[in-house]
Each structure stands twice: as structure tokens, then as C-alpha cells.
Design a protein around this ligand. Structure first.
Ligand code: G3P
Ligand code: MG
Length: 244
């Protein structure tokens, strides 16, 4: 299978990350899939946002977990990026699933629970994804290995991936020990040995965040299962040179 191209937080080089315009652009650029980050509001509604604090990507301050959904919806999640996106709002997981369920895009839902380990996050998200009928094209991932263990317990057939930014020994063994079938690594962790080992153990190796052509080429050559990129249009055109 060719290396799959996931739009990282949507086509986030061109539109505010994790918003509907960024997802829509990724779709129009023919990305294979979309990566997004999920957290819970105070009233336990899953919303798509990367940081635990809303400060960087909205006009508000404070933690996602301290806002109700209604309060979060008042925030402007677009104007920090460009005035042409003023009043773009934070997206709920439900709205995203509604939108994507009629398309063939793959999904990577990253649980942002390595700083705040939201109780019920896995449970709520899992059931919503299942109810929208997109479980078989979804991979759940987290930097928190306990979260991935909880997911695998909830449904042993679900696709799960452990995320890491560090080069540690016996990574593939660790991934297997927590029941994941995927490993998502920062580019600096990638090596020929890791790619070969992942292949040998049937682990899907995906790499983030790949915005440079030379890095894309290396991932394609190593036959990685996927890359996460802010520039899916560039990645799609580069991949055309690797027809495997
Ligand atoms: O899921 C890949 C990548 O998104 C992980 O890091 O910080 O961009 O969510 P981050
Ligand atoms: Mg992410």
C-alpha cells in the first residue's frame, strides 16, 4: 500500500488548524485522511483542539476543560490565523463526523490526554465514531500509553497507535505490549531499522510532521504507512513520483 497522506489538523498551513475550513481544504486537495486532536469540554462534549489551553488558537484564555460547549462556541478560532477566518468556531467531534461520514477520507483521532487525562474521553469518542459508522477507517492515537490500553480493552479490534517523539530502544516491542497496531513517530525518530522492524511485526508506522519534500521522499522510500503533513497538496504531488 502506498504511504497514506494525512492532513495534519486539516490543511493547517492554509487555514486555521482543526477547523472546518482546514478540513474542507484537505478534502479538496485529495488527502487520503485527516488527523485531528480531541479533548473534552466541562460538560464532556468532545471538541477538536490541539492545546489544553485555548489561548494560542482562539481569542479566549483558560483551559478547554473549564469551558462548557456553549461557552467555547463563543470563541473566535480563526482570526489568530488570518482576518479572513474571523468568527470561525471550534468544531465538535460530532460535527466533524457528520461531515466526514459521507466522504471516503480516513481518520486519525488523536486523544490529547497526556497532560490532562480526561476521564471518559476514550469511551465517549469511541461510541460516537462507532455510531457514525466510520470505525473501520479510523485510527485512534495518543502519547498516553494507558489511554491506548483502555481503547484496546474497550474494543480489541480497533486501530490504535502509540505516539512518541523520543528515540527509545525496543519501541516496537513496547507498541505490541500495549496492544497497538500503529506507531506514530516524530521525524527524528524514523530510521531504516525502525521501518523494517515495524514492517516485520505488522505495525503501521506513520511519521509527523512532514512538510519538507526531502522528508516526504524519505518516508515514501521507506514505505511508511503514513505521513502527517500541514501541506497535503505538496505531499500528494511528491507521492506521484513513487508509484508503488
Ligand atoms: O498525530 C500526529 C501529531 O499530530 C502529533 O503531535 O502535537 O501535532 O498533535 P501534535
Ligand atoms: Mg495531533
Amino acid at each position: 500500500m502506498r504511504t497514506r497522506i494525512f492532513a495534519h489538523r486539516g490543511a493547517s498551513q492554509y487555514a486555521p488548524e482543526n477547523t472546518m475550513p482546514a478540513f474542507q481544504l484537505a478534502y479538496e486537495m485529495n488527502a487520503d485522511g485527516i488527523e485531528t486532536d480531541v479533548q473534552l469540554t466541562k460538560d464532556e462534549i468532545p471538541v477538536l483542539i490541539h492545546d489544553e489551553n485555548v489561548r494560542r488558537t482562539t481569542n479566549g484564555t483558560g483551559f478547554v476543560q473549564d469551558y462548557t460547549l456553549n461557552e467555547l462556541k463563543q470563541l473566535d478560532a480563526g482570526s489568530w490565523f488570518s482576518s479572513s477566518y474571523t468568527n470561525t468556531s471550534i468544531v465538535t467531534l460530532e460535527k466533524f463526523l457528520q461531515w466526514i461520514s459521507s466522504k471516503t477520507l480516513e481518520l486519525n483521532i488523536e486523544f490529547k490526554n497526556n497532560v490532562i487525562d480526561y476521564k471518559n474521553l476514550e469511551n465517549i469518542v469511541y461510541h460516537m465514531v462507532r455510531d457514525y459508522g466510520v470505525l473501520d477507517r479510523t485510527t485512534f492515537s495518543s502519547f498516553n500509553p494507558r489511554s491506548m490500553e483502555r481503547m484496546n480493552k474497550l474494543d480489541p479490534n480497533v486501530n490504535t497507535a502509540f505516539l512518541t517523539t523520543s528515540k527509545v530502544r525496543r519501541l516496537t516491542q513496547f507498541v505490541q505490549s500495549i496492544g497497538c497496531n500503529g506507531l506514530h513517530v516524530k521525524y527524528r525518530v524514523l530510521s531504516t531499522q525502525l521501518a523494517e522492524e515495524s514492517d516485520k511485526y505488522g505495525i503501521d508506522l506513520r511519521v509527523f510532521t512532514i512538510n519538507r519534500p526531502a522528508q516526504m521522499s524519505r518516508c515514501f522510500k521507506l514505505n511508511c504507512a503514513g505521513i502527517f503533513t500541514d501541506v497535503p497538496d505538496l505531499a500528494m504531488s511528491k507521492r506521484a513520483n513513487y508509484p508503488n
